[in-house]
Ligand binder design. Sequence first.
Ligand code: 13P
Ligand code: SF4
Length: 340
Amino acid sequence: MLKTQMTASQLYNKLKNIKLGASVCQYSLRKCEELIPIITEINELKEKNNAVILAHSYITPEIIYGVSDFVGDSYKLSRDAMNTSASTIVFVAVRFMGETAKILNPEKEVLIPAVLDGCTLADSITPEIVKDLRLQYRDYTFICYINTSAQVKAECDITVTSANVYKVAASIPNDKIYFLPDKFMGQNLKNYMERQGIKKDIKFYSGTCYVHEEYGMDDILKVKFEYPEAKIVSHPECNSAIIDNSDFVGSTEQMLKYMKDTTSKQFLMLTECGLSARLQSEFPDKQLVGSCTMCKYMKSNTLEDILRSLKNPLSRDRVILDEPTRLRALKSIEAMFRYA
Ligand code: 13P
Ligand code: SF4
């Protein structure tokens, strides 16, 4: 089906099983009818402008199922950005993910419709802090999480995502690693290495994601009491107690794949609500138990913002990077593709 011809009933079919607590994620046929005109306008403009829309799984369902061409985690989306032949990429996520697309595609126009810049994790660290840390830890390899600005990536040796952090860190030859900015992911990486018997000295920074740091053991214990068979599935930005008590840990795309591939019927997904919405839409025979948390940065993308950025981009919608920073950040991202 061509997205430009999508009808309200077809959209409703995709969205009707999504029932998350907040009203932003409850859909009726009437709501879908109201959404169709703007969805059609965006899809027509996309064709006219030779543009593609890449959306992270945390984005609202009407964007994912109405207008996006590629959906996934930050690793998959950076590969999709690298492989597209479109001349414009609209990156519906957070600024640093759009920056990664621009680092990989300097000749393309990359637009970020999100109204809120950054996120708690990306904002926890600056290039100046990294420069100071490098002076303190001179013989360490600096690994940065993809949730950092292009300027921070430019100061680091290797970028990783939640899909490959353990693999990349285990593969690099240096046994001294400084990981930044997420302290929970850093601790989880250290614990993973110890469990695998891989001897590496791992230091890490003190940033956190405000969505994932919300989760505590109480969330697991409550669900296990009511639903003893439920599988606990968590993101590596959660704290170590959660990770140690999870049946599966991975990036959002890997969490989705785990749910798809396991025969279990009940799941507690410890991550942002957007992924839960995708799961309710795509696997209606599986039940999500417990609750989820919203990321205001990801949710600051709306259909209206996407339309604006395609029709009449504001200067803040456009990703512009200075070439020396881009080239240094590119080296760090290319190192990830080599090791992952
Ligand atoms: P993923 O790459 O696993 O989708 O994670 C991105 C993110 O922002 C998690 O908070
Ligand atoms: Fe940042 Fe957390 Fe939101 Fe991901 S979920 S974009 S790490 S604040």
